[in-house]
Design a protein around this ligand. Structure first.
Ligand SMILES: Cc1cc2nc3c(=O)[nH]c(=O)nc-3n(C[C@H](O)[C@H](O)[C@H](O)COP(=O)(O)OP(=O)(O)OC[C@H]3O[C@@H](n4cnc5c(N)ncnc54)[C@H](O)[C@@H]3O)c2cc1C
Ligand code: HEM
Length: 426
C-alpha cells in the first residue's frame, strides 16, 4: 500500500508536479496522466506491461508513454480506480479540466464505456463550451440551500460535512452530459471530494430539485436512482426526458458546468444481505425503470469480483421497451452479463420489445441476452418467473415502471404464490 492515504475531504484534491514527484518508489507510486493524478502503488505488480515500465514513470507524467502503447478501454477503466486528484494547472493553463480527460474513453467504445466513465469527451455533450475552471487552491465549490427555497449562490467556505445530505439540498457541478438514447441522458456530477463515494445502498434513490414558481413551495422535486455505484468523486443519473415533463424540461437545458441540486439518499433499507442470500433474483422493469435494477446488477457484479460468499446463483432481468433504440444501458447490461456469468452463476437478460419484428430481434440474441417481440404481458411473466428451479421463498423480485405496471406485476406474482415480502417495488 501507498504510505500516504488518499486525500480525505479535508485535504486538497489538487497536487503540484513537485508533490507528485515525492511518490516515486515501488511502495508509494503516483503518476500524472492527462492532468489527473493516480496512486498506482497497488497496481504496479499487476501491470501486464511489467513493473519496470511503470517505475520509469513513477512520480512523473506518464501521458505520452501511456498513449504511445495501445491501452484498451479496460486499461482506462482500471486507471480510474486509482484516481486521487488533479494536477494543479501551471500558469496560463487554466483550461477546463474536462478537456484533458478524454483519454479515459476509447473513441470506438464511447457509448459502451460512457456509463462506466466519469470523464468523457465533451464533444458528445449538449454543450461544447469549456467548463468553468475551479479555483484550484480551494475545495470545489459547494452551494447549498434550505427548503423550501433555493439559496442563491451561497458559497460554502468550509469543507462540506458529507458528500450529500438528507435534509439539505446541495449543488453538484455537472461534469458531463451524454445522450445515450433519443430521449435519455446521463448526467455526471462531481462530488465535493474526489476521494469520496455517494453513500448509496442498492435500490436507494436521491431527490433532485429546481426552483420553480409553479410548484409547491416554489420547488420542483423528483426522485432519481444513481446508476453509478461506489465511484470515487462523482455520481451519475440516467434520466429519460419526457416532452411535457416538468423536470424533464429543466434537465434538458442542463449543460456542462451548470449545477444540479440534490439530497439523499432515501428509500429502502440496505438490501445487500437479502440480495446475496437468496437463490434467484428477478428484475422486472420497463423504460427508465432500469435504473434501480442496474444499481443492483452492478452491486452483485462487484461482490462477485470481490469473491464475497453468496447463495445467489441466478439473476434474471426482464426488461420491456418499445423499440431497440429505447433500450437504456443495453451495452452495459450485455457486458456485465458476460463478465459475471460462470458455471456457478448466471445472469440472463430478456428484452421484450413491443414495436420491432421478431426476425429483426433474432439478429441480436446471444447466449445470455435474448430479444423477443411483444409486450410484457401475463403469459410472458408467467413463463419466465415460473421457470425457476428455486422454491418461492428463495426468490426475490424487484419491479420498476409506471404505477400501473408495478401494480399489475405485483398482483400477478402474489397470485402465483410468491410471498409479499419478497416482492419489492421501487
Ligand atoms: C424511486 C424513484 C426513482 C426514480 N429513478 C429514476 C431514474 O433513475 N431515471 C428516470 O428517468 N426516472 C426516474 N424516476 C422517475 C422520475 O422521478 C420522474 O417521475 C420522471 O423523470 C418524470 O418527471 P417529469 O417532471 O419530467 O415529468 P412529470 O411532469 O412528472 O410528468 C409529465 C408527463 O411525463 C410522462 N411521464 C412521467 N413519468 C413517466 C413514467 N415513469 N413513465 C411514462 N411516462 C411518464 C407522462 O406523460 C406525464 O404525464 C424515478 C421515480 C421514482 C419514484
Ligand atoms: C498508469 C497506469 C497504467 C495502467 C492502469 C495500465 C494498464 C495496462 C493494461 C490493462 C494492459 C493490458 C492491455 C490492455 O488491456 O490495454 C497494459 C499493457 C501494457 N502497458 Fe500499461 N498501464 C499503465 C501504464 C503504463 C505505462 C506508464 C506504460 C509505459 C510505457 C505502459 C506500458 C504498457 C505496455 C508496453 C503494455 C503491453 C504489454 C504486453 O502486451 O506485453 N503502461 N497496461
Amino acid at each position: 500500500m501507498s504510505s500516504m492515504l488518499p486525500p480525505s475531504s479535508a485535504s486538497p484534491s489538487y497536487y503540484s508536479r513537485e508533490q507528485v514527484s515525492a511518490h516515486s518508489s515501488e511502495n508509494d507510486c503516483w503518476m500524472i496522466c492527462h492532468g489527473l493524478v493516480y496512486d498506482v502503488t497497488t497496481y504496479l505488480n499487476e501491470h501486464p506491461g511489467g513493473v519496470n515500465l511503470m517505475m520509469k514513470n513513477a512520480g512523473k507524467d506518464c501521458t505520452s508513454d501511456f498513449e504511445a502503447m495501445f491501452h484498451s478501454p479496460k486499461a482506462r477503466n482500471i486507471l480510474k480506480k486509482y484516481l486521487i486528484g488533479e494536477l494543479l494547472p501551471e500558469k496560463n493553463q487554466l483550461l477546463g479540466s474536462m478537456q484533458r480527460r478524454s483519454h479515459l474513453t476509447n473513441n470506438n467504445n464511447q457509448i459502451k464505456n460512457s456509463l462506466l466513465s466519469p470523464f468523457y469527451s465533451p464533444s458528445t455533450s449538449s454543450s461544447s463550451k469549456p467548463v468553468e475552471v475551479n479555483p484550484y487552491n480551494k475545495q470545489p465549490r459547494v452551494q447549498t440551500f434550505k427548503e423550501p427555497q433555493l439559496a442563491q449562490n451561497i458559497t460554502s467556505s468550509s469543507t462540506p460535512k458529507s458528500v450529500m445530505s438528507k435534509s439539505m439540498f446541495m449543488d453538484y457541478k455537472v461534469m458531463l452530459v451524454q445522450n445515450i438514447t433519443s430521449d435519455t441522458k446521463v448526467f455526471t456530477m462531481k462530488l465535493p471530494s474526489l476521494s469520496e463515494f455517494l453513500p448509496l445502498k442498492p435500490g436507494q434513490h436521491i431527490q433532485v430539485a429546481f426552483s420553480d414558481k409553479d410548484s409547491e413551495n416554489n420547488l420542483l422535486v423528483r426522485k432519481y436512482t444513481p446508476t453509478s455505484v461506489e465511484n470515487r468523486g462523482f455520481f451519475e443519473l440516467t434520466i429519460k426526458l419526457y416532452n411535457h415533463g416538468k423536470m424533464s424540461q429543466k434537465l434538458s437545458k442542463i449543460k456542462i458546468g451548470d449545477t444540479i441540486s440534490a439530497r439523499g439518499p432515501f428509500g429502502l433499507d440496505d438490501l445487500s444481505e437479502r440480495i446475496l442470500n437468496c437463490y434467484q433474483i428477478f428484475m422486472i422493469c420497463i423504460g427508465s425503470g432500469i435504473t434501480p435494477m442496474y444499481q443492483i446488477i452492478k452491486h452483485v457484479a462487484k461482490e462477485i469480483e470481490e469473491k464475497t460468499p453468496m447463495k445467489l446463483r441466478h439473476m434474471t432481468l426482464l426488461y420491456g421497451n418499445k423499440t431497440m433504440q429505447d433500450i437504456i444501458l443495453e451495452q452495459n447490461l450485455t457486458t456485465v452479463s458476460k463478465e459475471v456469468t460462470t458455471q456457478e452463476f448466471t445472469f440472463e437478460i430478456f428484452h421484450k420489445v413491443s414495436r420491432e419484428p421478431q426476425d429483426y430481434l433474432n439478429t441480436f440474441s446471444t447466449e445470455n441476452v435474448h430479444y423477443e417481440a411483444g409486450r410484457m404481458d401475463e403469459d410472458y411473466l408467467n413463463k419466465h418467473t415460473n421457470d425457476s428451479q428455486a422454491d418461492h421463498n428463495s426468490c426475490l423480485f424487484f419491479i420498476c415502471g409506471t404505477d400501473e405496471f408495478v401494480q399489475q406485476t405485483k398482483h400477478l406474482l402474489s397470485k402465483n404464490g410468491h410471498p409479499q415480502q419478497n416482492i419489492i417495488a421501487f
